[in-house]
Design a binder for this molecule. Structure first.
Ligand code: 3PG
Length: 396
């Protein structure tokens, strides 16, 4: 028996997701009823340009017990009397897309951490031989800017289309990036790499405090509680650090604060903009370079650099030049990859990734530089890092 009831597009509510994925011209939807948990639902899975008739609606009125088993409803196009082919691969494609996206972010994260570890090692080797953090910070930005200008000129990467508004929005980000970068490099010139990164694992605490007191954001009580191990762990690590240095400690703290602002402004600046994460970071490097250069000249200056250079070359030979080039190139690369990640993920996921990155840097640098570390100091670091994980859980 055919045509007991006629269904039209207006008969049932439409499903957004399916409509978006199958943009057919003004489709009509046939929703096949499906009974689950005693409730009727409709899968908007079948499309037809013609009126569609249902062979029977008797089963619509089945008792709840029967409905739970599921009801098959045979539908035919009125003028063909052929079963409709239901061959929808959307869930599969969706799953594939999500898996590819996860893989992509995983590759970004792994690359970001690896590049960062290499940067930190070369950076410390350079700073040990040539303790001029303002110049090395400037050279990192200059190298990145040059690399990107060459990539745009040779069309390896497509140059971004920017306007005055873009650069105005970028300015506060660049100021924060410059301060955070110099402060971290000054810190690493005074203390062990591991110590700088232990203090830098306290960044979530700064993030919450800035969001709470400057942006007026409220957080659940667990988020505030998670700050206790972060702050306590950092304090314990600092108090028991064998080579504690106040400039090194303050540099890492200032860097934390500056990078919280940088990340908040960056994410806002990147939202809805056509400039990709990679190009966004390239523009950021260029603007930061302009801001930093006069300060580097004022604080250190060519005379100090010349003396330091002679000494570094005489002690380390031409290797020193390679270390300097490597720290500059790797600085740009790890930041570029981290911005490519930030383009895809939330600032929260970004900060979790950043914390995991610090664990790799702390462990590797302790091994490579034979950093003396007391058990109580290691416990402080572990508590701080555990706190950042609790923080991420609480924030989720
Ligand atoms: C820098 O020089 O900018 C810092 O080493 C970066 O620190 P990060 O680990 O927070 O990126």
């Amino acid at each position: 028996m055919i045509s007991s009831g006629k269904l039209t597009a207006s008969s049932f509510p439409a499903s957004d997701s399916i409509i978006r994925k199958l943009p057919l011209p003004k489709p009509r939807f046939l929703s096949l009823p499906n009974a689950q948990n005693g409730k009727w639902s409709f899968n908007h899975a079948v499309f037809s340009q013609k009126p569609i008739y249902i062979s029977s609606i008797e089963k619509f009125a089945l008792p709840m017990k029967t409905q739970k088993r599921g009801t098959e409803c045979k539908a035919y196009e009125a003028d063909r009397s052929l079963p409709l082919e239901i061959n929808i691969e959307l869930p599969d494609n969706q799953a594939k897309f999500e898996a590819a996206q996860k893989l992509k972010i995983g590759i970004y994260f792994a690359t970001w951490w690896a590049l960062n570890v290499v940067f930190n090692i070369y950076n410390k080797m350079v700073l040990n031989a040539f303790p001029y953090p303002w110049l090395t910070s400037t050279l990192s930005l200059a190298t990145g800017s040059l690399m990107m200008l060459i990539s745009w000129a040779t069309r390896i990467a497509e140059a971004p289309k920017t306007d005055m508004e873009f650069w105005k929005t970028l300015l506060p980000v660049a100021v924060a990036h410059t301060i955070g970068h110099v402060a971290a490099t000054v810190s690493m010139s005074k203390v062990a790499v591991s110590f700088t990164h232990i203090i830098k694992s306290g960044e979530p605490a700064f993030s919450v405090l800035v969001s709470r007191f400057l942006l007026g954001e409220m957080f659940p009580v667990e988020v505030y509680l998670s700050l206790l191990p972060i702050i306590g762990g950092c304090a314990l690590a600092a108090a028991t650090e064998l080579n504690f240095n106040m400039t090194g400690f303050m540099g890492a703290m200032i860097s934390n604060l500056a990078f919280v602002f940088r990340n908040i402004f960056s994410k806002k600046g990147m939202k809805g903009k056509s400039v990709s994460g990679m190009n966004y970071y390239a523009c950021l490097s260029m603007l930061s370079l302009l801001i930093l250069t006069p300060f580097a000249i004022a604080v250190e200056g060519p005379k100090m650099w010349a003396v330091g250079w002679e000494k570094a070359i005489s002690q380390n030979g031409p290797h020193f030049v390679w270390w300097l080039a490597a720290q500059s190139v790797f600085y740009h690369l790890y930041n570029q990859v981290s911005y490519m990640s930030l383009d895809q993920i939330s600032p929260l996921t970004f900060s979790i990734g950043n914390t995991m990155k610090r664990i790799s840097v702390i462990v590797t640098s302790i091994i490579i530089f034979h950093t003396p570390i007391q058990p109580i100091n290691a416990i402080g670091a572990a508590i701080a890092i555990l706190g950042t994980f609790l923080y991420s859980q609480a924030k989720q």
